[in-house]
Design a protein around this ligand. Sequence first.
Ligand SMILES: *[C@@H]1O[C@H](CO)[C@@H](O)[C@H](O)[C@H]1NC(C)=O
Length: 399
Amino acid sequence: MTSLLISESQPWKTLYLIWFFATLILVKLPAWFIWYLVPSHRPRRSWTIKRALIVRTIRELWTLEVDIDDEKRDPSEEVPDSELTDAKFVWVDGIPDKLFRGEVHRIADITNVHPTRIAGYWLFQKNYDWIGLRAKLGEKTILHLHGGAFYVGTANPSDTTANFTRGLLEHMHTIQRTFAVDYRLTASAPKPPANPFPAALLDALAGYRYLVHDAGFAPENIIVAGDSAGGNLALALVRHLIENPTPSLPPPGRILTASAWLDLSSSRRGPGSSAVLNAPSDIFDERPGELFAKYAVVSLLGPMGFEVAQTHRYLSPVSLACKPETGLFAGFPETYVVAGGAERLLDDSTALVERMRADGVIVIQDIPPDAVHDFLVFTWHDSERTEVLKRLSRWVDMM
Ligand SMILES: *[C@@H]1O[C@H](CO)[C@@H](O)[C@H](O)[C@H]1NC(C)=O
């Protein structure tokens, strides 16, 4: 997962891993346990010992100095339904050239990005009967764009981020299936550079086009949703639809973001910011957090300069350097903004709420004070996870 690499031979790597996990289990965990017996020693007083230990362990895992090769699916291969539970694999055609325009097309020409066929996954409520792709009259659905800093993760239901939509499917009464797009992931040195901006956005658009044109969902019945980097993509997708009106592809009915990453330049970082204040209580400490962010941004920018990440409304719509006088979010649909009050990216969500409201967008803000980054995907993060999922489901059901 981490990009730091021990390029030693296999035996050294094995020894290192044994040492790492032995000290973690035999020394560190018992010591943390004793320390956390006192509630005021926990990053948040309200946390249980169990949660404090899980978060502490996740933070420790980021310090692993090996490249764990997450097995990557060959993107040209189909996933048989027999390998999936309550889910279905489909192909999604690349977005036709005439459907991505303006600013996004201009950048795609600079970064040499083209549409391509991608995978998508339907996720079903338990016991759902697949009677075909086409939407029933008035059927609603959610288009989910997964998190992973634009360079890890997948829409495959085995990915942790699918716990977001699975959790919603457990509580919603009016949506039986959600759809996730396996958008292209970005990369850069030491790996071969791949898929800079707007590759993932083109794929997100392709997924939206698939829902409207191939599956026949009415745009107003679609909620575009994303967690972490996926929240960034969700807003970029809707922005493209609003800025380039296309009669055959109107914007969606609603937006849902969870722990969205919306300022790739971390322009608010500094004393008093959530990036600093919440560093002790989030699943990322500052150093790994900044390393992941840097790798993601360098990969996404490709041949473009860093000022693009500071100023561009498609990449960093809440950054301090991206503040056109008014109207940045004019015309956006009703949006539900979820974030954790204990996460480093909290400021991104609160800035989003502020900017959207200033532009007249209806925004619901749901920020449990002691929750970590992307807590909706962590089943151990109750009661907050279930409470927010229930509120979200009511919001969806009343649509
Ligand atoms: C995701 O959900 C599954 C099924 O409920 C659970 O077993 C798994 O632990 C969850 N993953 C995380 C990281 O919480």
